[in-house]
Design a protein around this ligand. Structure first.
Ligand SMILES: Cc1cc2nc3c(=O)[nH]c(=O)nc-3n(C[C@H](O)[C@H](O)[C@H](O)COP(=O)(O)O)c2cc1C
Length: 225
């Protein structure tokens, strides 16, 4: 029996298969494009909310009456742009907040947020993401231990610079049982954030006009280093 209608001649041509494949690829990329467009605003909103939560944890609400997420200055930090959020009250910058990176156990990045007042004193510090080992290095999280609060009230001279280390290295900050690498890296990153504040104090506090690197708006909720 001739079943030509089941396998028409045009379906055996190479051009038919090429066109079919092209059509499917086109439809798929169009669908991905539409989905990306629809979710982009949601994702940006979620990132903004995450950032606001982070900032609120390290800068007390009494320090600002502005929208600090949108009051930023971008400053060069070791060759990379770092977005600094300014907490203003009555127009004057009362505190700044930024996120720095620290190499954790296995060299995976930990992100540390710091809030620093005009005098260079730490108002708050939080590790907002990390891959440290549960039960060993994760005591840097406030939900696991209050270790991270030991930075509050500290500044570059409290303790003295050489004491900005874990106790095992002659410093004042506790290490964890069986885990020194993680707290050591966090201490170093927090000290680095204070050094950065000291080096750029006038710019961060909006007391000088930003130069060519500084002064760019925050890209999409904020960079970190
Ligand atoms: C599987 C495994 C996971 C570990 N995870 C961590 C960690 O997340 N953070 C950490 O500081 N040390 C971790 N350690 C322990 C470190 O290897 C190291 O022994 C400890 O930090 C002490 O470092 P120190 O000799 O420099 O004082 C881990 C060890 C093992 C075997």
């Amino acid at each position: 029996m001739n079943l030509w209608f089941l396998k028409p001649e045009y379906r055996q041509r190479l051009s038919y298969h090429v066109a079919l494949l092209g059509g499917v690829a086109l439809l798929t990329s169009a669908a991905i494009g539409v989905a990306d467009h629809l979710t982009r605003a949601d994702i940006a909103q979620r990132q903004l909310e995450d950032l606001q939560v982070t900032l609120q944890q390290v800068v007390p609400a009494t320090y600002y009456d502005n929208d600090l997420v949108r009051d930023t200055v971008t400053v060069d930090y070791g060759g990379r742009p770092l977005v600094v959020y300014r907490a203003r009250r009555g127009g004057q910058v009362q505190a700044v907040c930024y996120q720095v990176s620290a190499p954790g156990y296995g060299n995976t990045a930990m992100i540390v947020a710091v809030g620093i007042d005009r005098a260079g004193t730490l108002l708050g510090t939080r590790v907002i993401s990390h891959n440290e080992t549960p039960g060993l290095g994760d005591k840097i999280e406030l939900s696991k231990s209050d270790w991270i609060l030991s930075f509050t009230g500290r500044s570059l001279n409290d303790p003295q610079p050489e004491k900005w280390a874990v106790k095992k290295d002659g410093g004042v900050f506790d290490q964890f049982t069986g885990a020194t690498i993680t707290p050591r890296a966090v201490v170093k990153a927090v000290k680095g954030s204070l050094d950065f504040f000291a080096a750029h104090r006038a710019l961060l506090l909006d007391e000088v006009t930003p130069g060519p690197i500084a002064g760019q708006p925050a890209p999409d909720g904020g960079n970190r280093l």
